[in-house]
Structure formats: structure tokens, C-alpha cells
Design a binder for this molecule. Structure first.
Ligand SMILES: [Zn+2]
Length: 347
């Protein structure tokens, strides 16, 4: 079975939010997209497991059927830190209870070993940097706790920058980019060997990170603006910047970021995901495209209803003309290469 590295899921954050006993992830959580039995069935061998402190209420959507939402309220640092600490603890508890079947991975050798031994490698990812204090005094502690990937913002303002509101159709150029604290955070992550993710940034924030060139340019769960003009997606210029920045875009399976009509509709063909992979490959090159599902965080196409459906997506890629080597690159090798570069300390 082809091993898959998934650039983004919200499964861990949802365990924390729901107060779910980690043991249930091991035995099965049928109402969620990801659990251990179905990860095995689908070939999921590793991924960035996101921790996103819940946002206060959003401003209501105005457009029927199309996914639009703007979050004006900030999440307090203390609340975010408490949530993220709980989730990190839950990940370690889950790994300890799994007898080696699930591992919190902090280095490439561990990722390789997990794949060889048929284990599931969890890379801890903070989605939105609010758990870190703006002075960055706690960043080393998060690193020591196992965090190896960081989304600078979620789609809301923070001390570090301005997340992009969910709009369709619209440009991702929605306002100012990173703050001084945000720029310092990117530099500090490069020094420590923490991967930096530009998903949920607006165009100015993306350009700020690209301009610093402090490590590989990673967009963990986005799709192509040329095919679906949602603010969360990457323009062709941004896809070229990802390639120039020796990075990766993980193509998201979230229906409203895939569909040309922007509708949040599970009646979305798996071929739509393939079309975004194909477009990203044609613009950024095969070496710079991977997968980034958004399982447990978004509406999935019915054919990709959960993690056990991953072989169906890989088969659709083969049927579209991708070779076996291409599929391996997209499913695993590209993510491995980019994380190895990001985790090299002192970049
Ligand atoms: Zn996200």
C-alpha cells in the first residue's frame, strides 16, 4: 500500500475540544474522519496534526451556499496556550497508550522508522500561533514539548499577523501581513528547526514569509485560486513562489476550496481534487506538491469521506496519468524532503 503523509488534519484538536479519551482514537471513532484503524486501512503513515484553539463567534455568512466567514475577534494567548497544552498532552498520552502504533515524531529518523514499522507518525502542529507569547519566551518550551510545525495565523487577527477571512470569489490580498512579532517568530522557528506554514495568511503575510526566505515555504492545506477563487487558495504566482522557496503545497480536500462555484457541498467529485493536484504540478512542479486533507476540519467530498478512502484518491491520480513514482512523490517523498529541510536547526 502506498504510504501517505497528510499535511493537515484537525483530528487531535477535535479530540481535545470534545474531551475524548485518547484510547478511543486507537479503537475507533466512527463519527470522525480519522482514527487508527481507518488510518491503517487507508495507508496514512504520518501527518501534521493541527492544534487550533477555538475561535470566538464569527460574523455570519451573507452568501447562500458559498463558504464565507470573517472572524474579527482574537483568541487570548492564555486561553490558546491552555487549549494547546491539553492537546499536546493528549497526543503524548495517546502515543503512550498505543504500544508503538502511534508516535509523536520530532525528527526525520523517527518519521522514517514509523513508516518502516507500520506506525502512525504524528507531527505536532500549532495552527495559529496564539499559544506562543508575543515575546517568544515560550517558543522553546513548545519545541521541547514536541511541536515541530507552526501555522503563523488562523483566519483571524493575532499578535503575529492577519489571517485571511473566508471569502469567495475574492483575492487573498485582504490587508496587512505579519507584525514585527510575526517576522521574529519566523526567524526563531528557523533557528529552532520548526516548520513554518503560510496557510490562512493573506497575500501580504505570504509575501512577508517568502521574503524572509528562512526555510522551505510550506502551504500545508490549500488549493489553487485559478480553479477555485477562494481567499484561502494560492494564486499561480504564489505557487511559483512555493517552488522558488523549495517548499510544498499540500492540496486540501475541503469542498468549498475545490469547487469552481465555492459551494460547501460534499457532492464533489474526487476528480476535482485531482484537477487541483494537476494544476499545482503544472505551475509549481512535481517536487512541490503534496496532500493536506483537512480531515476533521472541513466538509469532505463524499468519495473521500474519511481517511480509509485515501487509496481511492491515489488511484484517481494514477488514472489521470501520474506514474507510480509521481504518486509516491506526492503522497510522501515531497513532504519528507521539505520537513527534513525545515527541521535542520539553524537554517
Ligand atoms: Zn486550516
Amino acid at each position: 500500500m502506498t504510504a501517505v503523509f497528510d499535511g493537515h488534519n484537525d483530528s487531535l484538536g477535535r479530540l481535545q475540544q470534545g474531551g475524548v479519551d485518547p484510547a478511543r482514537f486507537l479503537s475507533g471513532l466512527p463519527d470522525r474522519h480519522v482514527d487508527l484503524p481507518r488510518a491503517r486501512a487507508g495507508g496514512l503513515a504520518g501527518g501534521l496534526f493541527a492544534i487550533n484553539a477555538p475561535s470566538p463567534e464569527s460574523e455570519p455568512s451573507e452568501t447562500e451556499g458559498v463558504f464565507e466567514r470573517a472572524y474579527a475577534a482574537r483568541v487570548e494567548h492564555g486561553d490558546a496556550a491552555a487549549f494547546a497544552l491539553g492537546a499536546v498532552g493528549r497526543a503524548h498520552a495517546l502515543a503512550a497508550a498505543s504500544e508503538g502504533a502511534v508516535r509523536v515524531v520530532t525528527e526525520i529518523a523517527g518519521l522514517d522508522r514509523a513508516r518502516e514499522e507500520g506506525a502512525l507518525a504524528m507531527v505536532l502542529h500549532l495552527e495559529g500561533a496564539e499559544p506562543i507569547d508575543p515575546g517568544l519566551a515560550t517558543l522553546e518550551a513548545w519545541h521541547a514539548a514536541g511541536v515541530r510545525s507552526l501555522g503563523l495565523v488562523w483566519s483571524r487577527p493575532s499578535a503575529f499577523g492577519h489571517g485571511v477571512p473566508f471569502r469567495f470569489p475574492a483575492s487573498p490580498d485582504t490587508g496587512p501581513g505579519l507584525t514585527e512579532a510575526g517576522l521574529a517568530l519566523v526567524r526563531a522557528c528557523a533557528r529552532l528547526g520548526i516548520a513554518v506554514d503560510v496557510s490562512h495568511l493573506n497575500a501580504a503575510g505570504f509575501a512577508d514569509v517568502a521574503g524572509l526566505a528562512e526555510g522551505p515555504l510550506i502551504a500545508s492545506h490549500c488549493a489553487c485560486h485559478a480553479l477555485c477563487p477562494a481567499t484561502r487558495n494560492l494564486t499561480d504566482d504564489q505557487l511559483r513562489a512555493v517552488a522558488a522557496g523549495e517548499g510544498i503545497v499540500g492540496i486540501v480536500y475541503a469542498a468549498p476550496f475545490l469547487r469552481a462555484d465555492g459551494r460547501d457541498d460534499p457532492d464533489t467529485d474526487v476528480a476535482t481534487v485531482v484537477a487541483h493536484v494537476r494544476h499545482a504540478v503544472s505551475v509549481a512542479g512535481l517536487d512541490h506538491v503534496g496532500l493536506g486533507s483537512d480531515f476533521d476540519g472541513a466538509t469532505m467530498p463524499r468519495e473521500l469521506a474519511d481517511v480509509a478512502c485515501l487509496p481511492r484518491l491515489l488511484e484517481a491520480l494514477r488514472n489521470d496519468g501520474f506514474t507510480e513514482a509521481d504518486v509516491r512523490a506526492i503522497a510522501w517523498d515531497n513532504w519528507r524532503r521539505v520537513l527534513a529541510a525545515a527541521w535542520r536547526r539553524g537554517a
